[in-house]
Design a binder for this molecule. Structure first.
Ligand code: SAH
Length: 365
């Protein structure tokens, strides 16, 4: 079925997931909505005030910074969605405004009034600076009883590439025969929409899986592991999303490394959620791993790190093995290509989305 879902890096919200920007959580008693003035007399213990601003992608950072000044818990950002499939599905659309949200305790209505006034002023200044347009500040009251569930409505089921489905743990998904479903708990290191660099890497991984390079060896010359089984290394595993995708796509022997101990915990927890603890090992650290060579390395890092780590990454590869390198800002692509070539790798395919590039780099057989 041709649809926007087929785009390489695009992430699509599942039909039936019924998530739209601003949809209140099921059962959440949101009082007031965009356009309606906030009823300050209803505030008090057990209430929160949601501040929401629609912002062009370029202005998200600045709007978040302003709202964070008033909201102790920080902000959440929901990417803009465009509808597809006659309105049944949706894709993340970077040209549409994102929604930045923050929550103020309703305990002290006067403090809320002041915070709203100051945030409105600061947002007005931001507009005056000529950043791309941002919407009006809207407010609504959320009762604490519903609070624990309220944030969940902002995490849809996402489809990436052709058959990878990212399912937040509390959402149901009607599986299609080919679907590769990853269950993730966004509480841990996982944003609302996926970052384009992660999407690119997932889509590229799916392509390699279709070629039989994820479950098994691409070249018979691999040196380690049981015959025919690919060894996969995820450098900078974060939430473990790439390692888990590799496991779901058939890889049996996966090592995730990350310098951040929280990422290690998060990857372990998500591996458990997906029944992949026997296939995925996780370790705090980086390359060199001191392990036998790998057939596939997933490295969604920034360009400067890829440049710096290129020789070490190369040394981790079995003959004929390959790296999927993502996180490369468009302007830095040449530097990464040069570093990989200097390390003795050949550049293969290239995937791009927005300002981001992912590259395949192959070790000589
Ligand atoms: N693989 C995940 C996360 C990518 S974010 C995804 O695709 O979504 C990059 C991760 O690299 C972060 O978790 C960060 O802690 C980790 N990192 C940063 N420098 C590193 C290094 N030198 N070696 C290994 N991991 C590193």
């Amino acid at each position: 079925m041709p649809s926007a879902e087929d785009g390489v890096g695009g992430a699509a919200v599942e039909p039936g997931a019924a998530v739209e920007a601003g949809e209140p959580a099921a059962g959440s008693e949101a009082v007031g909505s965009a356009g309606e003035p906030l009823d300050f007399s209803a505030l008090g213990p057990g209430t929160w005030v949601e501040l929401a601003v629609a912002a062009d992608i370029e202005a998200v950072e600045a709007v978040s910074e302003i709202l964070t000044r008033f909201a102790p818990g920080g902000t959440s950002v929901e990417p803009g969605f465009g509808l597809t499939n006659e309105g049944l599905g949706a894709v993340v659309d970077p040209t549409r405004p994102a929604i930045v949200r923050a929550y103020l305790p309703g305990l002290d209505p006067e403090a809320v009034r002041i915070a709203i006034a100051e945030a409105t002023t600061a947002l007005g200044h931001l507009q005056a600076f000529g950043l791309r347009p941002i919407g009006e500040l809207t407010t609504r009251m959320v009762r604490e009883a519903d609070w624990a569930e309220a944030w969940k409505s902002h995490f849809p089921v996402l489809r990436v590439g052709r058959r990878i489905v990212i399912r937040p743990t509390w959402r149901r998904h009607r599986r299609r025969p080919d679907d590769v479903v990853l269950s993730l708990d966004p509480g841990m290191a996982f944003g609302t929409g996926l970052h384009p660099t992660t999407r690119l890497c997932l889509a590229a991984l799916e392509t390699l899986a279709d070629e039989g390079r994820v479950a098994g060896r691409s070249a018979p010359s691999g040196t380690a592991g049981p015959a025919g089984r690919a060894r996969v290394l995820d450098v900078g595993c974060g939430s473990g999303i790439l390692a888990i995708a590799a496991g779901k796509l058939g890889a049996h022997d996966i090592l995730g490394v990350d310098t951040d101990p929280i990422a290690v915990k998060s990857t372990l927890a998500n591996a458990r959620l997906n029944g992949l603890t026997r296939r995925i090992r996780v370790r705090q650290g980086s390359v060199p791993t001191g392990e036998p060579a790998f057939d596939l390395i997933l490295a969604n890092l920034i360009a400067s790190l890829l440049v710096q780590l290129a020789p070490d990454l190369r040394r981790e590869l079995a003959p004929g093995g390959r790296i999927l390198a993502s996180g490369i800002f468009r302007d830095r692509e040449g530097d990464v290509v040069a570093a990989f070539r200097a390390a003795g790798l050949e550049i293969g395919r290239r995937w791009a989305e927005e300002d981001w590039v992912a590259l395949e780099a192959v070790a000589p057989a």
